[in-house]
Design a protein around this ligand. Structure first.
Ligand SMILES: [Zn+2]
Length: 153
């Protein structure tokens, strides 16, 4: 071996030795028995965020319901969602019953997710209900707006 290679090997050995010494305290820490962490503090199920999400769901479904009933009363037609249609066909009573069933079932699923410690999924699930209600309300509003336009000549 030439002297440069030997010197490089010496430096490499010195670096490895320094790293081994520097990591000794880390290895010592890893050998200690793992300290028991306190169980992570889970939030209460009906905390302010979850109550707010339920209110947002109810608001979105109410907006969908109001625009649906307005469109059906003034311009006719029928509910586009086949799952909601039986409830919508019974007017406000059916729609309130359907909305209550829908939100209750969704909150029950969220509670199960909460109990299984899937808190992120628990928080994301309502966004689908909110998006469903908001999309329906926007779609209905656009249809009502189009129906109010005078016929093109
Ligand atoms: Zn939770």
């Amino acid at each position: 071996m030439n002297p440069i290679a030997i010197r490089s090997l010496g430096r490499l050995a010195a670096i490895l030795g320094a790293l081994a010494c520097a990591s000794a305290p880390l290895r010592a820490q890893n050998l200690e028995p793992a300290k028991q962490k306190p169980p992570d503090e889970a939030h209460r199920f009906f905390d302010s965020l979850n109550v707010g999400l339920v209110a947002a769901e109810a608001g979105a479904l109410l907006a969908d319901g109001i625009t649906t009933q307005y469109g059906l009363t003034h311009y006719g037609g029928r509910e586009a969602d086949p799952f909601a249609r039986p409830f919508v066909d019974h007017g406000w009573t059916g729609m309130i019953a359907g909305g209550t069933l829908f939100i209750s079932a969704e909150v029950a699923v969220r509670y199960l997710l909460h109990k299984k410690r899937h808190h992120r999924a628990e928080r994301w699930l309502p966004t689908f209900v909110i998006a469903y209600g908001a999309t329906g309300a926007v779609y209905n509003s656009v249809q009502i707006h189009k129906a109010r336009q005078p016929f093109p000549r």
